[in-house]
Design a protein around this ligand. Structure first.
Ligand code: SF4
Length: 741
């Protein structure tokens, strides 16, 4: 069978296959694909050296996936001339090993999409119009002149804090996500943006326990004998962890999925444990209760490598399984069995997901779960421990990249990106008069989207959006600037899961008049008269500055030259993890089951459970809006193939709740709260616990009848730590479509 036939007929990824059959089949299908890809790649690379374009000939070049996904895959891109005809995995990459997801296989459709923006545009129609005719083409010269003029005007009238950048990681390339842009806004003195929408609450919580965003090497997870996947749909969001876990299972490991929703990962795991949203800390405390009560802890590891065992065990004593069952919905005997399995298995590994931190109590939930491997001494065993994030190991030199020293006034205010709506509508002294959006689509992704849109509609707000497509946010823009895809950029990529740094070289010239974020902010900086030695540098210079990080010993051997030659380099982690030996990077030098730092920060110093809530607690359902399989946040939400794969926004509801409401699978309902209302089709089953609703995927406005998207319902309320988002603590009611308001 030829490679093309494999592409057409085989499941697209391990994760796709998971839904169709078993994980072993998934891994097998993916490895068949990898073998096919390797053969095809070797042939292609004989005729074209990696990343040396060869005219119009068909050639295969190396690249990196730019999406906000832990896997950070190495790609092989087949080009005919400057046209991407196929995107595949690179079988030579030690972790991603040639397997990629369906989303990125469809990347050629995205790159050459007929609706891609290829030149700057100015709005001529009303703000909020979905009509492409609401914009007319202009030159970059006109665009730059207007941006500089408007910025200077805002600064003259209100000061530089009247300007707000809004960005996240639509492209994870370091230069384009946190490089020249940061320098530009620091130098300008603009209002700072706290980029808190994704993982901050859990990272802060994990940091209180462990000291840094550091876990074990995921390549070691094949050695685990017990794997808990907690709060994450791995099959859709970390597929190479599925592959490692599948290998571990072949060696005898058992895999348990703990989550609020039975999904693709549950179908692949050996056991699914349904937990009520926002009760993960209680479940972890219940497991600790049993571990401690039954003597299943590692006394020598606790004594040598942790502080605070006594107060933690006193807290865990308050959480007997029967009480935890009432809180979490997990039966008491299941809690006891899970704890006994965890206490007996070694090495055991916990993959802590991003889902469970998007609650009012999300930081504490992650902090609490992070205590479990320490109680059983797992950090001493290859394959034992946990990963929440591994970004600590590949941390680049942010001081050089972002140049915070350029900010003249250290008291410059900060806006939390989860409160964009309020910032646009209520900030005074000065008000936000200029908004610059890039690498993000806040009209869809930011919480409380009704408020965000109301703010974006302000006629006295000048908004610039730099993107590849006319997103829903662009509808409110005064200027739209065409962005390159990452295939057109030189950039550096790190993973927050595996330990490889990768270089991405441009595969072809920018399409149309597209420019990268790096180039736009470089050129704007120079037009503003900023220092040429800081703003006039090349991408390569900035990469060298980012890699030159004396405070990060793991990066010592990673150089631009080596990356250019090899494509990737593994950071220099010696041993199993940061916690195997030597001091932990906490104030005490030990894993902190009790944290004095938390107490000083006004938080409870030992793990505890507090119920989610805060707003509209009388509403009967808790709604969780997680990621789907075919989009990444709102990326791909305008791509027909991926929309077709996802079909339509769906509301997963327990069958008893559906029966009580008199609705059946396939029927549309209204989901509403005080912030907004969406219309969505129900799937009634036992995929969630009663009282819980789950919908997946950030669909664009046209995905919903009525135009309001799921973030019309979510709140600008912040989590317990780091100013994180509380997307998953959303209280709603559900009404049949024909019910009175
Ligand atoms: S989205 Fe994730 S799994 Fe898919 S290709 Fe990119 S890094 Fe790999």
């Amino acid at each position: 069978m030829g490679a093309d036939a494999v592409t057409e007929e085989a499941p697209e990824t391990a994760a796709d296959a998971v839904t169709e059959s078993t994980a072993d089949t998934a891994a097998g299908a993916e490895m068949d694909r990898v073998t096919e890809t390797a053969a095809r790649t070797n042939t292609a690379l004989e005729t074209a050296a990696a990343n040396e374009p060869s005219g119009g000939k068909r050639r295969v070049l190396r690249s990196v996936c730019p999406l906000d996904c832990p896997d950070c895959c190495s790609l092989l891109v087949t080009l005919e001339g400057d046209r991407v005809v196929e995107v595949d995995g690179n079988p030579d990459h030690p972790v991603t090993r040639g397997a990629i997801c369906a989303k990125v296989r469809s990347m050629p459709d995205r790159i050459h999409h007929p609706e891609r923006i290829l030149y700057p545009m100015r709005r001529v129609g009303p703000k909020g119009s979905a009509d492409a005719a609401a914009f007319r083409r202009i030159s970059w010269e006109e665009a730059y002149r207007e941006i500089v003029g408007r910025m200077n005007e805002a600064i003259a009238e209100h000061g530089p804090q009247a300007i707000l950048p809004y960005s996240f990681y639509g492209n994870m390339g370091i230069l384009n996500a946190e490089g020249m842009d940061r320098r530009f806004f620091h130098r300008l003195g603009a209002t700072r943006l706290d980029r808190t929408i994704c993982s901050v609450a859990g990272s802060v919580g994990y940091g209180y326990t462990m000291g840094a965003s550091a876990g074990i090497d995921p390549e070691d997870t094949v050695h685990a004998k017990l794997i808990w996947i907690w709060g994450c749909n791995l099959a859709s969001t970390n597929m190479h962890q599925v592959m490692y876990a599948t290998e571990a299972r072949k060696r005898g490991a058992r895999i348990v999925h703990i989550d609020v929703h039975r999904n693709r990962t549950s179908a692949w795991a050996d056991e699914f444990v349904a937990v009520r949203p926002g009760t993960d800390a209680a479940l972890a405390l219940g497991i600790m209760h049993v571990l401690i009560r039954e003597g299943l802890t590692d006394a020598s590891f606790i004594a040598e490598r942790t502080v605070g065992y006594e107060p933690l065990s006193a807290k865990a004593a308050e959480y007997p399984p029967e009480r935890v069952e009432e809180i979490t919905g997990v039966p008491a005997d299941t809690i006891v069995r899970l704890a006994r399995e965890y206490g007996a298995a070694s090495p055991s590994y916990i993959r802590i997901g991003n889902g469970l931190q998007h609650h009012d109590n999300g930081g504490m939930a992650v902090r609490t779960i992070a205590c479990l491997p320490a109680l059983t001494g797992q950090w001493r065993h290859r394959g034992g421990g946990a990963i929440k994030s591994n970004s600590h190991y590949s941390a680049l030199n942010a001081r050089q990249l972002e140049r915070p020293d350029l900010l003249a006034d250290p008291s410059t205010r900060t806006v939390n990106m989860n409160r964009l709506g309020d910032a646009l509508l209520t900030l005074n002294d000065p008000p936000i008069k200029f908004l610059f959006v890039y690498n993000s689509n806040p009209a869809i992704v930011a919480p409380d989207s009704g408020r965000v849109r109301q703010g974006l509609l302000r006629e006295d707000l000048f908004t610039v959006v730099h993107d590849l497509f006319l997103t829903d946010t662009c509808r409110y823009a005064d200027l739209v600037l065409p962005a390159t895809s990452h295939f057109e950029n030189l950039d550096l990529y790190t993973s927050y899961w595996h330990l490889y740094v990768q270089l991405n070289e441009p595969l072809f010239e920018p399409m149309g008049e597209c420019k990268s974020n790096f180039t736009v902010f470089k050129e704007l900086g120079l037009r503003m008269g900023f220092e040429p030695e800081i703003f006039g540098i090349s991408e390569e210079q900035m990469i060298r500055e980012a890699l030159d990080h004396p405070d990060n010993p793991y990066l010592a051997d990673v150089t631009f030259e080596r990356l250019k030659e090899r494509g990737w380099m593994k950071v220099g982690l010696k041993g199993l993890s940061l916690y195997e030996e030597g001091p932990a990077p906490t104030p005490s030098g030990k894993i902190e089951l009790y944290s004095e730092r938390m107490r000083n920060d006004g938080l409870t110093p030992v793990p505890e459970y507090t119920p989610v809530g805060g707003e509209e607690e009388d509403l009967p359902f808790l709604l969780v809006a997680g990621p789907n399989h075919g989009f990444l946040n709102s990326t791909f939400g305008n791509q027909e193939k991926m929309k077709k794969l996802e079909k339509r926004p769906t509301l997963h509801m327990h069958r008893d709740d559906a029966a009580a409401l008199g609705v059946a699978s396939g029927q549309p309902v209204r989901v509403r709260n005080g912030r907004g209302e969406i219309r969505i089709v129900v799937r009634a089953a036992d995929d969630v616990l009663p009282g819980v609703l789950v919908t997946q995927g950030l669909w664009w406005e046209d995905g919903y009848e009525g135009g309001q998207t799921v973030n019309a319902l979510t709140s600008q309320r912040l989590a317990d730590m780091g100013g994180g988002a509380t997307f998953f603590s959303t209280r709603v009611e559900v009404l049949p479509l024909d019910a009175d308001s």
